[in-house]
Design a protein around this ligand. Sequence first.
Ligand SMILES: [Zn+2]
Length: 314
Amino acid sequence: MQSWKAGFRRRGSVSAAIMLVGLSLTAAASQQERAAMPPIEEIAENLYLLAASDSADRASWTGGNTAVFVTEAGVVLVDTKLPGYGQDFIGRVREVTDKPITMVINTHTHFDHSGSNNELPDTITVVAHENTRANMARAECNPVTNCEAFQGENAKYLPRRTYTERMSLFSGPEQIDLYHFGPGHTSGDTFVVFRAARMMHTGDMFQTMNMPFIDFANSGGSASEFARTLSKAVAGVSGVDAIIAGHSNTLLSWEDFTTFTGFMNGFLDAAREGMEAGTAVDAAADAFLARDHPGFTIDPQRVHANMQAIYDGQ
Ligand SMILES: [Zn+2]
């Protein structure tokens, strides 16, 4: 099996991969072997987690969080981490059920969330927001969008089921609700709610308790709309206690999600006030960083990049 490193090299996405997690291009990209798939953890009845590792630790990084949901009809994966993990998914699922993987829900297009789609049996049904399908199906691939993975014969791994605002899958205790509330991390982010478990996979609309990476450059994300989209999610989703965030290796709470939403609204307000006052963008970013942000570990580069994006109307 080829290493994920080789996969990225071939597609020329190393710098994009580094950018995604806000690291500078260092030895990190060139030294480590492909990281081991994490163990499968039960987090609710019929619901399991293949946890995201720390994306700053390249030696253990496998991509974003994957939720594994066992239904009567088969196994549903929410997101498929980096390229190179198809067989590992099949092996981990076999540890908890004899049922095959029949469906993948991609929260968005990025290579660390849809990387192994095309290594799963081609009988799977892929489900995503219609804008994510469009991002995946582009003829010209932007960095990190992973659309190279869906060209030619692999077009069969493009989402077959899409939706616009909301869609429910399965019923009764197996019900899964998909929500899209507008542009944010990309143009096609899905919030996935497991009804019976009262859990929600947020994709990268909520990555960790950090300033998020926002892909306004390549995938239609919006730093200006991000906070409003989060507020719509807080108002529009109910019955959720626990959060599977895009890149947190532990479960977070609904309260963490609302705290993060408040943080992002505070950031938007700071940007608007800075613009109105004629404050230089870097000074506005530094002023936001100088504030107290309890519970957050903040990447200053992202604050500057996202502040610039809001100033630029992106
Ligand atoms: Zn992402």
